[in-house]
Design a protein around this ligand. Sequence first.
Ligand code: HEM
Length: 125
Amino acid sequence: MKSVPTMFLATAAFFVLLGMIWGIQMSATGNHDLSPAHGHLNLVGFVTMSVMGIYYALTPAAAASKWAWPHYFLALGAVVILVPGIVMALTGKGEALAKAGSVLSVVSVVAFLAMILKFGFGNQK
Ligand code: HEM
């Protein structure tokens, strides 16, 4: 079983790989209609999850807490629901999934804030 920081960072790397392939596909076809979804995959999936992974790597008490894995799956679920939700919203197929993904994204960041306040950052209280 991989650790929480490793899973956050491996997932982030996977998302940016997908995001870059998507970006190249948009550039190659000249169709940028879905660029907001690409942007959110990279920023919520790669940048945000990387910052969280680095936080857990530097704060072992947070990574060892019972909240770390639920937070990982919350952050993962937020991206997996938000990005297709934005695609659906952009293509006129409804906004329900985007709304659900948005709420999950906010809850994930609230959980991140709670972790920082409870465990500090690294050895800083
Ligand atoms: C191989 C790498 C990448 C390629 C080829 C690529 C390509 C593109 C293209 C073609 C657009 C549309 C531009 C437009 O219509 O004006 C775009 C938008 C964007 N990209 Fe990327 N991208 C790449 C990586 C990234 C990464 C790593 C990030 C963030 C960490 C990122 C964030 C964004 C954002 C925020 C937008 C604007 C979204 C919007 O219009 O709402 N991209 N990208």
